[in-house]
Ligand binder design. Structure first.
Ligand code: ARG
Length: 482
């Protein structure tokens, strides 16, 4: 194929010289090779339907695109990018008529369409990963609604809760991550093709038709906006960075819990030391925690590259795209690993039960019990705070009552109510407010979580089906030119 002479776009004058490699996005473009072929096909079909390119010539071009697809990205001729290289391959194969493929478009609208086309698939994969992760969290929570867990604020023992309540706290967060990614999908799913360089085209093109052939939900209207915006990348990567922040927090919790012996990670999600034979380390979770760094650098890379770019297309945009691919890959993988680690972890119920009351974690519950008996909450808080300087038992509370109220505690609250509040299990059971840790409140959260997972699973399936149907329809359309 063309090799030495360069691609059809650059020819002799702009062969790139010493900056040839610097200008090229060929390696990174492998990711959009299939997308570019789909975009080429949809565009050529539309050109034929509109009578802009004769059907027979369109058929020749479409047949050649299939050959290009069969030989693959690595076999493409030299080119500045995948768009130029594929066009070169087509022209090399069938002659100048191949050059009709690029009628009424530019690489600017072409690349923008390719990125969106490919990103939809990546978004669907990461969406599936978030749903699977939520299934792992809720599945694990089902068996742990009564397993006590010390809850922390400021990493200090705060109030007892349960393992299920902790797991579902992450399910709630990842459900919102799913929501954000679905939102990003809906705005990625708009078609810029036909914007041309930025200023539209005099040809009588049908933008709705190419959008439909490529399975996009709508056309991105203003041609200057359509060819230059990368806000869909920002939105996607920002949703991924938010998800990775959720993941990193959960990884950190699990690392701490395994340090305290509350949980044991399965061997598959652990590693060991090359020198200390006894070691079992939570390395996979440390890597999940670190992925937040990748995502944050992807987001910053994008924001900084896009900031201050004038309208319309600028080559800076070529360097924006890889930030999105790198982030989506890193976060999807970390989500899968986090799901696996959660699904296979073993909770050490005895250790957890013993730890749940540590650090007078029931103090708030005791203050609540005194307030429920009629004491102002602030007075109850003062009384329990005074007792906690001494001990976390009834005797200390009684002494504090004498000091603060001038009477024994039993004058105000039945002793059994105080004893119950001092018991971590009873303390958890009493906190049955909506979304609270009491087992029956958690049962409701569990049911709602399964409903949400089911609904999101259907939403993701529908999107995947729509993409599949569009791809099949485009194939059929192309075959009708054979
Ligand atoms: N490889 C380029 C990119 O990724 C394609 C568009 C090039 N357009 C141009 N006018 N130089 O952005």
């Amino acid at each position: 194929m063309s090799g030495e002479s360069g691609d059809v776009v650059r020819r002799e004058r702009f062969s790139g010289g010493p900056a040839r490699g610097f200008l090229s996005s060929m390696a990174a473009d492998e990711r959009i090779f299939e997308a570019d072929l789909a975009v080429d096909r949809a565009h050529v079909v539309m050109l034929a339907e509109q009578g802009i390119v004769p059907e027979e010539e369109a058929g020749e071009i479409l047949a050649t695109l299939s050959e290009v697809e069969a030989t693959g990205h690595d076999a493409l001729p030299d080119g500045e990018d995948v768009h130029a290289a594929i066009e070169t391959a087509v022209i090399d194969s069938i002659g100048p008529v191949g050059g009709k493929m690029h009628t009424a478009r530019s690489r600017n609208d072409e690349v923008a369409t390719c990125i969106r086309h490919r990103l939809r698939e990546d978004l669907l994969e990461v969406l599936e990963a978030t749903v699977a992760f939520r299934e792992a969290l809720v599945g694990a929570a089902e068996g742990q609604t009564e397993t006590l867990l010390p809850g922390y604020t400021h990493l200090q023992p705060a109030q007892p809760t349960t393992v299920a309540h902790w797991l579902l706290s992450y399910e709630g967060a990842v459900a919102r991550d799913t929501e954000r990614l679905l939102d990003a999908y809906s705005r990625t799913n708009r078609c810029p093709l036909g914007a041309a360089a930025f200023a539209g085209t005099p040809f009588d093109i049908d933008r709705e038709r190419t959008a439909e052939l490529l399975g996009f939900e709508s056309v991105l209207e203003n041609s200057m906006d359509a060819s230059s915006t990368r806000d869909f990348l920002l939105e996607t990567v920002s949703a991924l960075a938010t998800l990775s922040t959720t993941l990193s927090g959960m990884a950190e919790d699990l690392i701490l819990f395994s340090n305290k012996g509350y949980v044991e990670l399965s061997d598959e999600y652990s590693s060991t030391s090359s020198i200390m034979p006894q070691k079992k380390n939570p390395d996979t979770l440390e890597l999940v925690r670190a992925t937040a760094g990748d995502a944050s650098s992807g987001l910053n890379g994008l924001l900084t590259t896009l900031k201050g770019l004038p309208r319309a297309y600028n080559r800076d945009l070529q360097r924006a795209t890889p930030h999105a691919w790198e982030t989506v890959d890193a976060v999807r993988e970390a989500t899968d690993v986090a799901a696996g680690a959660v699904a296979t972890a073993e909770w050490n119920e005895h250790q957890l039960e013993a730890a749940a009351g540590e650090g007078f974690s029931t103090a708030t519950g005791v203050a609540d019990a005194l307030a429920m008996a009629g004491l102002p909450f602030r007075t109850a808080h003062e009384l329990v705070a005074l007792a906690s300087e001494d001990a976390s038992d009834y005797a200390a509370l009684d002494a504090a009552s004498e000091a603060v109220l001038g009477d024994p505690l039993a004058e105000y609250v039945p002793r059994e109510a105080v004893e119950a509040a001092l018991d971590p299990e009873a303390s958890v059971a009493s906190r049955d407010s909506q979304g609270g840790p009491a087992p029956e409140a958690v049962e409701e959260t569990l049911a709602a979580a399964w409903d949400g997972i089911g609904a999101d699973e259907r939403a993701v399936d529908d999107l995947a089906e729509a993409l599949g149907a569009a791809a099949t329809a485009l194939d059929e359309e192309v075959r009708s030119y054979e």
